[in-house]
Design a protein around this ligand. Structure first.
Ligand SMILES: [Zn+2]
Length: 384
């Protein structure tokens, strides 16, 4: 047995833990770029406490998912203010923005010099500045991953800026921050969390340590997601989802992903669809095609046995088979009113180009079996 595992420098989990951020930040730097989502007023109490702790704050609110241009704007603002660290509080967009800005404060040039797939993919010359990541959704796991997903609107695809030094110095996962999430965002981010537990578990890069995180996370997400959908104020279920999301981040950062995230890269790059919503729409179709492909081409392999285990964990049925898990996920998506991709403007005419782009995405390399062009078509056509 040989494997590697890397994560954030420190993780604090629990209700009310956001109040521990100012003291931790004061030990890391003197001026912080505060990256938030579209509602920066939610971070106002944190800002006041940071200033009181002697950390100067420069707010930077981001409305949508990060682009190359947004990162350059954040870097300029941080450099002008003399920021030596970044605190990102929000969903995956805010946290990825914070991580990318922290990398680009320390490194000259354009993000495209370092971006995978669409850029030059050079390694960062200097380590990223310290980041404190505080998720306010239960879905991305970005607080414990080493990449930031950036969109390049002119290229119509998303790609990652990735470096070991981009792992946040501190991740603070406070489930209280998710209590007031709107229902649709609870559903889409929650299904992203579930996807980020299933894909690393069946990934070709799975390891014994990530397996443990996935098993624990799938069990919690499957039980808690219908509960937070029914009652957003269910504190115990919110806490279980925050835990499951963190576990997904720990797993995906070390074991990779699969076809769902492979397609999320071009769909999210070409249409204004939130990442979680794209993953939720694609997940049941990717599972169905993967399981069928494994049954016909690798029936004795480890991956199919893993899909059986996924089914047992999420359905709670000790004798469930892979196909039962596929059915359960499809029903959950219907119950949580996950809209198909056509809602965002994707049409069947886009299938060939999406197949071409999805096949090249970095996440596709983790898929448990190499899917044929026809199978990739089936996955994405079914999701539209
Ligand atoms: Zn995801």
């Amino acid at each position: 047995m040989r494997f590697e595992f890397a994560t954030a420098g420190r993780i604090i989990f629990g209700e009310g833990t956001v109040r521990e951020v100012p003291a931790a930040a004061a030990a890391m730097g003197t001026c912080a770029l505060i990256v938030t989502g579209a509602s920066p007023e939610r971070a106002a109490p944190l800002l006041a406490d940071l200033e009181a702790a002697g950390v100067a704050c420069m707010p930077f609110a981001v409305a949508g998912e990060p682009t190359v241009e947004l990162i350059l704007r954040g870097r300029n603002q941080a450099l002008q203010a003399g920021c030596d660290m970044v605190i990102a509080m929000g969903g995956g967009s805010a946290i990825d923005t914070g991580k990318a800005v922290a990398a680009m404060i320390a490194n000259a040039g354009d993000p495209l010099d370092y971006l995978e797939v669409i850029g030059r993919g050079q390694p960062l010359a200097h380590p990223a500045k310290p980041v404190i990541a505080i998720p306010t959704t239960a879905g991305t796991g970005s607080e414990v991953t080493r990449n930031a997903v950036l969109a390049s609107p002119e290229r119509g695809v998303k790609a990652s800026l990735r470096s070991a030094s981009m792992l946040p110095r501190l991740a603070v996962v406070d489930p209280e921050l998710t209590l007031h999430l709107p229902r649709a965002i609870t559903a889409s981010t929650g299904l992203d969390a579930l996807t980020q537990l299933i894909e690393p578990y069946v990934s070709v890069r799975a390891n014994p340590m990530t397996d443990q995180f996935c098993v624990e996370g799938m069990r919690h997400a499957a039980e808690a997601l219908p509960r937070v959908w029914a009652d957003g104020g269910d504190r115990e279920a919110r806490s279980h989802m925050a835990w499951a999301s963190l576990l997904g981040g720990l797993a995906l950062a070390n074991a990779g992903l699969g076809a769902v995230h492979g397609f999320a890269a071009p769909v999210g790059g070409r249409w204004p669809a939130p990442h979680g919503a794209v993953c939720a729409a694609v997940l049941p179709h990717a599972m169905e095609v993967n399981v069928r492909a494994l049954r016909s081409r690798a029936p004795a392999g480890d991956a199919l046995r893993r899909y059986d285990e996924v089914a047992r964990l999420i359905t709670g049925q000790p004798h469930a088979a892979a196909e039962d898990g596929v059915r359960w996920v499809g029903e959950l998506c219907r119950r949580l009113e996950i809209p198909p991709l056509r809602t965002y403007g994707v049409t069947q005419a886009d299938v060939p180009s999406l197949v071409q782009q999805g096949a090249k995405a970095s996440s596709m390399k983790g898929n448990p079996i190499v899917l044929t062009e026809e199978e990739l078509q089936e996955v994405i056509a079914g999701s539209i």
